[in-house]
Design a protein around this ligand. Structure first.
Ligand code: CP
Ligand code: NVA
Length: 299
């Protein structure tokens, strides 16, 4: 079905029904469906920050769909040399069929969407990572069938990945508990947005309480891209928030991580290498979920 939104800047740019349709299509594509194609369409991909999964899954996804993706790194285009973002947006919109952008400031992806005359997809900002949420929800559906009976504990930093996940989980009917240090809580607006879908996530600073009844424990790096100068301060603040066998003892929770992981910081090597880990399915599902999103936005 055609989407109501032109852009995908955060997960709740979709309605719950549209989110369901994207995930259904993602499952079909993963199972081999080839009815949807984007012949001759071009995706421009702007990256201010590094990426493995986002870059490779979008580029491979466009190739799979019969289209083409173009990597535009910070040194490759005039944006990195002083050309204003709105000018870049206006010009790219006249060449390509869609733009995917990984930027620092969330306001910049909004500026891009405002000035580009084509759909804009958020490939991660400091505030949000909705493409990751699509893959996460697909992974939970695959692992548990009915997502509505699933309880997820977010443990660690109240960051971009967590914020989009909390809203997406609310849209999918998943119960969420969020455990972060008090100084690294999620933006209050995230919980207001979750409440718009009838959700009331539990918020705590106690990781042990959060994981006690969880089917899934989800964590991400403590020091996100761009926060390198906060490293020592954050390492101290997150003591006790590591996802390790001691925290998981007594639960048979599965573990999610968007990757890349910093083993020995937010998660141990043992946990990430254990049968609990869903991280590799999450990574694969970026490809299927984003192909579905592209088809729904562009076909
Ligand atoms: N999870 C994720 O977005 O990974 P990359 O930074 O490798 O794109
Ligand atoms: N929170 C991490 C996610 C990386 C995919 C970051 O922003 O660096």
């Amino acid at each position: 079905m055609p989407l109501d939104t032109d852009d995908f800047l955060d997960i709740d740019d979709l309605t719950p029904a549209e989110l369901d349709a994207v995930l259904e299509r993602a499952s079909a594509l993963k199972a081999g469906a080839d009815d949807a194609q984007l012949p001759d369409q071009t995706l421009g991909m702007i990256f201010e920050k590094p990426s493995t999964r986002t870059r490779v899954s979008f580029e491979t996804g466009m190739t799979d769909l019969g289209g083409h993706a173009m990597f535009l790194g910070p040194d490759d285009i005039q944006l990195g040399h002083g050309e204003p973002l709105r000018d870049t947006a206006r010009v790219l919109g006249r060449y390509v069929d869609a733009v995917m952008a990984r930027l620092f400031d969330h306001a910049d992806v909004e500026t891009l969407a405002e000035h580009a005359d084509c759909p804009v997809i958020n490939g991660l900002t400091d505030e949000a990572h909705p493409c990751q949420t699509l893959a996460d929800l697909l992974t939970i559906r695959e692992a548990f069938g009915d997502a509505e009976d699933v309880t997820v504990a977010w443990v660690g930093d109240g960051n971009n990945v967590g914020q989009s996940f909390v809203v997406g989980a609310a849209m999918a009917g998943i119960d969420v508990t969020v455990a972060t240090p008090a100084d690294y809580a999620m933006d209050e607006a995230v919980f207001d947005r979750a409440a718009d879908f009838g959700a009331d996530p539990t918020v705590t600073t106690d990781p042990e309480a959060a994981v006690a009844d969880a089917d899934v424990v989800y964590t991400d790096v403590w020091i996100s891209m761009g926060q390198e100068d906060e490293r020592e301060e954050k390492l101290a603040a997150f003591e006790g928030f590591q996802v390790n066998e001691a925290l998981l003892a007594g639960t048979d929770a599965q573990v999610m991580h968007c990757l890349p992981a910093h083993r020995g910081e937010e998660i141990t090597n043992d946990v990430l290498e254990s049968d609990r880990a869903l991280a590799w399915d999450q990574a694969e599902n970026r490809l299927h979920a984003q192909k579905a999103l592209l088809v729904e936005l562009l076909a």
